[in-house]
Design a protein around this ligand. Structure first.
Ligand SMILES: Nc1nc2c(c(=O)[nH]1)N[C@H]1C(S)=C(S)[C@@H](COP(=O)(O)OP(=O)(O)OC[C@H]3O[C@@H](n4cnc5c(=O)[nH]c(N)nc54)[C@H](O)[C@@H]3O)O[C@H]1N2
Ligand SMILES: Nc1nc2c(c(=O)[nH]1)N[C@H]1C(S)=C(S)[C@@H](COP(=O)(O)OP(=O)(O)OC[C@H]3O[C@@H](n4cnc5c(=O)[nH]c(N)nc54)[C@H](O)[C@@H]3O)O[C@H]1N2
Ligand SMILES: [Mo]
Length: 807
């Protein structure tokens, strides 16, 4: 993708007064752009295709993929990745120590729980992920001396990361336009001095990408809160914010209540809005095991994804050799984008209908004893017509009946979901509708049941548990105030979207990023880049070079840290950290490898250094926590519910599960003290005449903003990322043929238009009226003002677009 020559940017005026925070939807600057085309980006036709991946002139192709997921293609791909990074031996050795219950490090690839019964619980994409971290290539001071920052702007994101691991702290030098070496001490002083020079602590914002360990997370939020702000945006503002808010309102917990055993004990599993074969491949093991013992598995997704029909169990090497396929589905429902809520409502309506003659269709005793507002829900389902349900879900009444029967026949149902459910305007309402359905048949608080959001980053759930929250509870703030003698603020801080707006309007001047690639991950890259360039200071704690380093502020620091796989030695000796998986299991992670450079510091040490430089007179013993992580675990045990005896329990072979009241049918944390039904109206998900709903998703060969290659195996794509999948009828209606160039124009909530040109259209079996393509390239189409008013999550799965043939 060519970025700069083709950008037609929004004008640089900022209208809203600093401090007046209404969120981008209330911004008079953005409102003034209504009706205008503000951004236009071209995918590079003649320069080859590839988006943010490697640029190539190799022919692209699109062919149906008929093989089972995780089969031979996966084995081949792993060996190619290892060979490319020249890591066949070290790589293989380290990989065998991943996700072991008796030591080794936690795979940074995803948050799927480790299976204690599986001796080598690894997958293709986890291996790619770790190998990427373990590359022998290095980004040195000589590299930065050779390439100016302006030159690096023209590199693709793939090429930036490919340079290799960062080796020492660097600081942006405006005069020479190069990053130049800086000592750790001077870097910490720059951070401390700049922060102390601000008029208010709220002029800084502290982002986290979900890899940060529990220990570093706790230290990070402590630093921000002692400094005086709750400006703690995180990547979860873009993935499961909706799930957290919905589950809290319904059940009084921000997390799923199911664990891996529940997955294996359920007799009906719903798998909604997740591409498991690519993004949670170890789930395939659970699905295959479940299927073998007769569990029914229902996939709900506009796309029939790779893992949907059959898999070769990722860790069963003998079966892999024999290509023995296990079925992984009983029913596939191709819901229309955003149609999940109507589908859940339809199943609920059918059960209520059945309950007239079938006393066991719904669990009256459970509803009576534990829930609130069932009667209001019953009235609502009576009032919701089948026409509306069919129209909004895109699923026929016949199919909904079929699914309702499966649900009626099951005694233990577990419902899981990921971004296909959460990244919508009505994400909160949809997750609450899922809980409504579970409650109807008492599918809470026993084995084999419950809600189970599939989390993304390997410790995104632990980040929240350990205090990364821009809307902290009063209890939490009181606790840290008591334990540390602080006066931390209680007012809500900025999340991801509002942090960007605040940087753009100049009311946030310092940005600190613990991992991640902010500028690429968030919506509206053009607006965000402009916002970041206004910063007084941009601090990036990272392992590899990425776009967020190149888009610099007046001052910018790159602070390189140890990766999860590397040995972490502090004053008291070798340290371990911990992470929490998607099912509330907390376990230790021990790095094994020699660090990529002798100048790297651990995330704990970097945070401790920055905190001390900011708060020189603080009585918080930052140094003690860094010298020995057991010390911070001891105070975490005092502050965090469920972390009692943290040091002892984290060292148990498989770690420990955090106690969760809702799992025990204790709903005392909700305002009514019961599990609450929600009664929201169904949303209108039809985008209107001529428009399509575009979802932005990951390919098989990428990890969020890290693009390994331009292939997407299970969707049959080779050598191209700048593509859009369309329904064949929608293509025909627009005179578009397979592989044609199209332009895609989005219209935001404020009526602002953004456009991508020279994208290739490919036909796919997806519902009419929908389209799909890859993040992060397509973030150009997502305006900063396009976020849900329920969760403030950007609308990454429901952009309203028009698509036209390019002549
Ligand atoms: N290898 C690899 N693993 C990863 C990641 C990665 O980039 N690479 N990212 C990690 C992160 S941070 C996260 S959050 C997760 C993301 O995991 P996923 O949620 O699988 O991520 P996406 O690729 O965005 O895929 C979204 C899925 O939802 C479906 N979908 C879209 N709209 C709808 C809808 O309206 N209804 C329903 N029912 N389905 C819909 C899409 O067709 C697609 O299958 O994966 C994590 N794991
Ligand atoms: N359009 C669209 N946009 C999306 C999404 C979508 O579905 N559609 N999904 C959203 C979601 S769910 C998420 S989670 C975000 C992802 O957003 P982020 O978490 O911000 O992005 P990542 O690509 O995961 O971050 C990659 C960078 O992390 C750094 N890194 C890697 N390992 C480590 C480590 O151990 N420590 C530190 N300090 N740094 C490390 C490397 O420098 C690397 O360049 O993107 C969001 N953006
Ligand atoms: Mo995520």
């Amino acid at each position: 993708m060519t970025v700069h020559p083709h950008v037609r940017g929004q004008s640089d005026e900022t209208a809203s007064a600093p401090g007046a925070h209404k969120g981008p939807l209330g911004s008079s600057y953005l409102r003034g752009l209504t009706g205008q085309l503000v951004t236009e980006w071209n995918a590079d036709g003649e320069e080859g295709q590839g988006g943010y991946g490697p640029r190539t002139h190799r022919p692209f192709s699109h062919k149906a993929y008929h093989h089972p997921a995780a089969g031979y293609g996966a084995a081949l791909s792993v060996s190619q990745v290892l060979a490319k990074e020249r890591e066949p031996i070290e790589g293989a050795r380290s990989i065998f120590t991943m996700n072991q219950t008796d030591g080794g490090f936690d795979c940074p690839g995803c948050a799927w729980p480790d299976d204690p019964d599986v001796s080598m619980d690894i997958c293709e994409n986890g291996i790619k992920h770790v190998t990427w971290e373990m590359t022998p290539k290095r980004t040195t001071r000589e590299f930065f001396a050779k390439h100016s920052v302006t030159e690096l702007e023209s590199w693709t994101d793939h090429d930036l990361e490919k340079v290799g691991r960062l080796t020492e702290p660097m600081s942006y030098d405006a005069e020479s336009d190069h990053y130049i070496p800086i000592t750790w001490e001077d870097a910490f002083a720059m951070v401390g001095d700049t922060l102390r020079g601000l008029d208010s602590p709220h002029e800084a914002t502290f982002y986290t990408s979900g890899r940060l360990s529990n220990e570093a997370t706790f230290l990070y939020q402590l630093w921000a809160r002692e400094f005086g702000t709750n400006n703690l945006p995180d990547c979860s503002n873009m993935c499961h914010e909706a799930s957290g808010r919905a589950l809290t309102a319904s059940l009084g917990t921000g997390k799923g209540t199911a664990d891996l055993n529940d997955w294996l004990q359920a007799d009906l599993l719903f798998v909604m809005g997740v591409n498991a074969g690519s993004n949670a491949p170890r789930m395939l093991t659970a699905l295959a095991e479940a299927e073998r013992k007769g569990t029914k598995i229902v996939h709900i997704n506009p796309i029939i994804e790779g893992a949907t029909n059959g898999t070769i169990v990722p860790h069963e090497i003998d079966q892999m050799m024999m290509a023995k396929v296990t079925r992984t589905s009983s029913l596939n429902l191709q819901v229309r984008p955003g149609g999940d809520m109507a589908l859940m409502r339809g199943i609920g309506k059918r059960l209520v209908e059945l309950s007239e003659n079938d006393p066991e269709a719904i669990d009256h005793a459970f509803l009576e004893e534990y829930t609130h507002d069932f009667e209001a829900y019953r009235t609502l389902v009576d009032q919701t017509s089948w026409e509306d349900i069919e129209e909004q879900s895109g699923v026929s009444k016949g199919q909904i009946m079929q699914l309702a029967n499966l649900y009626r026949e099951s005694n233990k149902t577990l419902i899981s979901w990921c971004l296909g459910v959460s990244q919508h305007e009505h994400g909160v309402d949809t997750v609450r509708e899922i809980v409504n359905l579970l409650m109807l048949r008492g599918n809470l608080g026993k084995n084999g049941v419950g809600p189970s959001p599939v989390r993304g980053h390997s410790n995104v759930q632990g980040n929240r548990t350990c205090g990364i929250d821009h809307r902290p509870s009063k209890d939490f703030i009181e606790k840290i105030n008591n334990v540390f003698g602080l006066n931390a603020p209680t007012e809500h801080g900025l999340d991801t979207v509002s942090s960007i707006e605040a940087m753009h309007e100049g009311s946030v001047k310092v940005f600190v990023s613990l991992g991640g690639n902010f500028v690429r991950a968030v919506p509206d890259p053009e607006y965000t880049e402009r916002a970041m360039r206004k910063l007084d200071l941009n601090v990036q704690v990272s392992t590899k070079l990425n776009r967020s380093h190149i888009v610099h502020g007046k001052k910018s620091l790159i602070l390189p840290c140890l990766g999860r796989s590397e040995k972490d030695v502090q004053a008291s000796g070798e340290q371990c950290v911990s992470a929490e998986d998607a099912m509330s299991m907390v376990h230790a992670s021990f790095g094994m490898k020699k660090p990529a450079s002798p100048h790297l510091l651990s995330e704990m040490a970097i945070l401790g250094g920055m905190a001390r430089a900011t708060l020189p007179d603080s009585t918080t013993p930052f140094e003690k926590y860094v010298d020995n992580y057991d010390e911070i675990r001891d105070v975490m045990a005092e502050v965090l519910p469920g972390f009692e005896n943290f040091n002892e329990r984290v060292r148990q072979p498989a770690g420990f599960r955090i106690y969760q009241a809702a799992r025990e049918l204790d709903f005392s944390k909700t305002p009514t003290g019961r599990a609450n039904f929600s009664t929201a109206e169904l949303p209108q998900v039809d985008p209107g005449e001529g428009k399509l709903v575009l979802q932005t998703m990951r390919s098989h060969d990428q990890w969020n903003t890290t693009i390994y290659s331009n292939n997407d195996r299970y969707r049959g794509i080779k050598n191209i990322r700048t593509l859009v999948f369309m329904n064949p009828d929608d293509m025909r209606a627009r005179g578009i043929q397979e592989g044609d160039f199209v332009s895609i124009t989005s219209t935001s909530k404020l009526g602002i238009m953004r456009r991508l040109n020279k994208y290739r259209a490919f036909a796919k079996d997806i519902p009419q009226g929908s389209a799909a393509g890859y993040m992060p390239e397509m973030n150009v189409l997502i305006g900063i003002e396009d976020y849900s008013t329920q969760s403030e999550q950007p609308l990454m799965k429901s952009q309203h677009v028009t698509i036209e043939l390019e002549k």
